[in-house]
Design a protein around this ligand. Structure first.
Ligand code: HCA
Ligand code: CU
Length: 379
């Protein structure tokens, strides 16, 4: 599970998000922010899509980023030539292998797919460029078919093969089984791509890594076709718990919030309230029982240390489920700690609860309950 690599696809899969329109300036900002975060690869929209996509791909290749630049094209010679022209470090080839896609999309047989794939791989390798071959809709493809295809690609010197849950229907167990099987057939460098239609994209990525996958595709906030793919931030949250040393040393976790804000603004959405790590309440503790324990030792109710991501925890006292230990902590924050006895804190807590039974309270409301109680103490 340890040493996985990220193929960041905000500028490819993410461009397939309903709201996405990235001009070159925005693409450059996002590419630099991803590079600063420490992703291994940045994947760009196919240069065949439009003239603008072609020009932007070239421009981003010339930025001299640490991350390797990939573009993502259909598995044919024409697309491959365009990709190579742009100066990318690698080309991600994709073709549908499920019967759905063979029948209703490109109409090719498995034999045709294989012979084209081998020709295209040989061409890209001859240019000294990295090449990956992926079968779209892998989980609804015939296992024997894709195994033979991957093995042929492997023999032809492909750098990675890719597995994609294009429709988001796979479960963590299905993922584990398929990745294990491929590893058992000596396919050693395995990229994985999970859509989130059934809410399993992060769990599936984790399961893939457990089974021996080496690369995971992500996008910032998970943006992509339909409801998107494995979100970079949620994967970081998952993996900082699973492999803390690797994740903390490799990725610039403190830059996550600003990266997400950049992309959220670019596509005009908000960071979801319940987003792992960066959602506004991700480190807010409310119930009195929780607050007491959190104040004594944060690990009691936090699996992730907010400071690893440059975030802060917040103990809410603005509700009827608060407790006097939490109120005491707030009183100390207000610099009034030495002026209240424990009994007085319990009394002011009762006042807060009384008020909170009547209406929702904001932090200012509870602060002023504390302050006016404090004033009354002095007369
Ligand atoms: C699509 C293509 C893809 C490709 C994934 C890959 C998918 O938009 O359908 O290259 O591995 O989800 O299958 O994003
Ligand atoms: Cu996809």
């Amino acid at each position: 599970v340890g040493r996985f690599k990220i193929i960041e696809s905000t500028l490819r899969e993410g461009e397939q998000f309903a709201n996405a329109f990235f001009d070159l300036e925005t693409k450059i900002k996002i590419a630099k922010a991803l590079d600063n975060f420490g992703v291994d690869y940045i994947e760009l929209t196919s240069p065949v899509a439009s003239q603008g996509s072609y020009d932007d791909c070239k421009a981003i290749c010339q930025l001299g980023l640490k991350a390797k630049i990939l573009t993502h094209v259909r598995c044919n010679m024409e697309d491959a030539r365009k990709a190579v022209e742009c100066g990318v470090n690698g080309v991600d080839l994709v073709i549908g292998t499920s019967s759905f896609l063979r029948e209703y999309s490109h109409g090719k047989s498995m034999d045709m797919i294989k012979s084209t794939a081998l020709e295209v791989i040989a061409y890209i390798k001859s240019k000294g460029i990295e090449v990956r071959f992926s079968s779209e809709d892998s989980f609804r493809s015939n296992l024997v078919d894709i195994l033979h295809l991957y093995q042929a690609c492997d023999k032809a010197g492909v750098d990675r093969v890719g597995v994609a849950d294009t429709v988001g229907g796979a479960t963590p167990r299905m993922v584990y089984d398929l990745i294990r099987t491929l590893r058992g057939c000596l396919i050693l460098t395995l990229e994985t791509h999970f859509h989130d239609d059934t809410g399993c994209a992060v769990a599936n990525a984790h399961s893939a890594l457990e089974a021996g996958a080496t690369h995971v595709d992500t996008s910032v906030l998970g943006i992509g076709e339909r409801n998107g793919i494995t979100p970079l931030g949620a994967l970081m949250a998952r993996m900082v718990v699973t492999a803390p040393d690797y994740v903390k040393s490799k990725y610039n976790l403190k830059a996550l919030k600003s990266l997400e804000t950049l992309v959220a603004d670019a596509v005009q959405v908000n960071i979801p309230f319940n987003n792992p790590v960066t959602g506004f309440c991700a480190f807010t503790h409310k119930a009195g029982i929780h607050a007491k324990a959190i104040l004594a030792n944060p690990s009691t109710y936090e699996i992730i240390d907010p400071h690893d991501f440059g975030m802060t925890r917040y103990v809410s006292i603005n509700s009827r489920i608060t407790g006097w230990n939490a109120v005491k902590a707030r009183i100390e924050q207000l610099g009034l700690g030495s002026e209240f006895s424990d009994d007085q804190i319990k009394e002011v807590t009762a006042k807060i609860k009384q008020m909170a039974d009547i209406r929702p309270l904001a932090i200012d409301d509870t602060d002023s309950i504390i302050r006016s109680y404090h004033l009354d103490l002095q007369v």
